[in-house]
Design a protein around this ligand. Structure first.
Ligand SMILES: *Cc1c(COP(=O)(O)O)cnc(C)c1O
Length: 375
């Protein structure tokens, strides 16, 4: 059997172990230390815009702490892109708040500014102003940020920017992860860079960063004993994980280049195949890291999605349907939803394809052969 070709597997650059060795040598194994500070500095430098970064245990933890700091509490409503991974929306439930799901537009597959405004108007007309808006840059594709922020600003609702999949993507030349009142990143094992598990909060002020770290380290008040006037969480990143992150930062841009090459490979592979559409950037304002390359298989394609999935599986090549929209998930049954079912169509027609920066020519040849045999 051929070895498995994964959608996206960890790709080490080579220097990660040096940072970990330093941590061991200095006995900085606790969840603080020079690698955490170093990784935060690296991210701040990379993102620009004078941001303040706090490294956390996961991207989901970062979204949770963003909602905590925006004052989201029991029975509040929070607007969230429906076409996303559950890490974007579950923290709404952690706070006992209610999600209001908003559908996507067809160009970036991210939140539609028009549906967003419809949702806000509806909720305000019912006397419930949403406490926050969670926007996502799915698969690395920047959302229509200017238009979304304009709506958010008009109604004065803070934005949590979920850039978990979009580190290194830019919108009008500015890094994703720098547009929100709070923005979050993920370094989970399958993301564009990994710390084996981790995330970060990107804050606008030093004060927000301090507050994020306060909540992420059990909310200890200023006292020599353990004094608490708030509920905190154990969400800080360890110095070992941060060491992996520092090594990964050295190869981030190179790996983005390789992911973008993967996207170009698929554009070429499906060139001239009627009914198969590779996700693309709408125009030069949108620069995607192409974390995952995705295709839509329309009704006029020469094969069905099921046929394609099946031949790929037989060849030991991973594919995966696009995210199942949150308003279709059993756990969010009955949740409010505003849209025109675009995301349901994407879910029905779409697949993610192997996109890792560590794929080799022989992997591409295997994928090419499977597709050509099917055609
Ligand atoms: C991965 C991901 C998250 C959560 O990040 P974790 O680090 O896995 O908790 C949130 N949102 C999106 C869109 C993601 O892809």
């Amino acid at each position: 059997m051929n070895t498995k070709i994964w959608l996206s597997s960890p790709h080490m650059g080579g220097t990660e172990q040096n940072y970990i060795k330093e941590a061991f040598d200095a006995n900085w194994i606790a969840p603080l230390g020079p690698n955490v500070n170093g990784f935060e500095n690296d991210l701040e430098r990379y993102l620009g815009q004078d941001k303040n970064v706090a490294c956390l245990s996961s991207g989901t933890a970062a979204i949770h702490l963003a909602l905590v700091q925006l004052g989201v509490i029991l029975n509040d409503e929070v607007i969230c892109q429906t076409f996303t991974f559950c890490g974007s929306s579950n923290p709404i439930a952690y706070q006992g708040a209610t999600p209001v799901f908003v559908d996507s537009e067809s160009e970036t597959w991210n939140m539609c500014p028009k549906h967003l405004e419809t949702a806000i108007k509806d909720r305000i007309s019912k006397g419930i102003k949403p406490k926050a808006i969670i926007i996502v840059h799915l698969y690395g594709m920047p959302s229509k940020i200017d238009e979304l922020l304009k709506v958010a600003l008009k109604y004065k609702i803070p934005v949590v920017e979920d850039a978990a999949e979009a580190l290194g993507s830019t919108y009008k030349g500015r890094q994703c992860g720098t547009f929100g009142d709070f923005s979050i990143l993920s370094f989970n094992g399958n993301k564009i860079i990994t710390t084996s598990g981790g995330g970060a909060m990107v804050c606008n002020t030093e004060e927000d960063k301090k507050q994020t770290i306060f909540y992420a380290t059990q909310a200890r008040d200023n006292a020599s004993h353990y004094e608490h006037s708030k509920i905190g969480y154990n969400y800080r990143m360890s110095n070992i994980s941060a060491g992996i992150g520092r090594g990964q930062m050295e190869v981030l841009d190179k790996h983005i280049g390789l992911r973008r090459d993967m996207n170009a490979f698929y554009v070429n592979l499906f060139k001239g195949v009627k009914g198969v559409e590779v996700q693309k950037q709408p125009n030069s304002d949108f620069y995607s890291n192409f974390w995952l390359s995705c295709i839509l298989i329309h009704a006029d394609a020469p094969f069905t999605k099921a046929q394609f999935q099946s031949v790929m599986e037989d060849a030991n090549i991973e594919t995966r349907p696009l995210w199942k929209p949150m308003h279709m998930q059993p756990v969010f049954e009955g949740a409010l939803y505003f849209g025109d079912k675009l995301s349901e169509g994407l879910f029905k027609k779409g697949l993610c394809l192997p996109s890792g920066s560590n794929l080799e020519q022989k992997d591409l040849d295997r994928i090419t052969k499977v597709v050509n045999d099917l055609l």
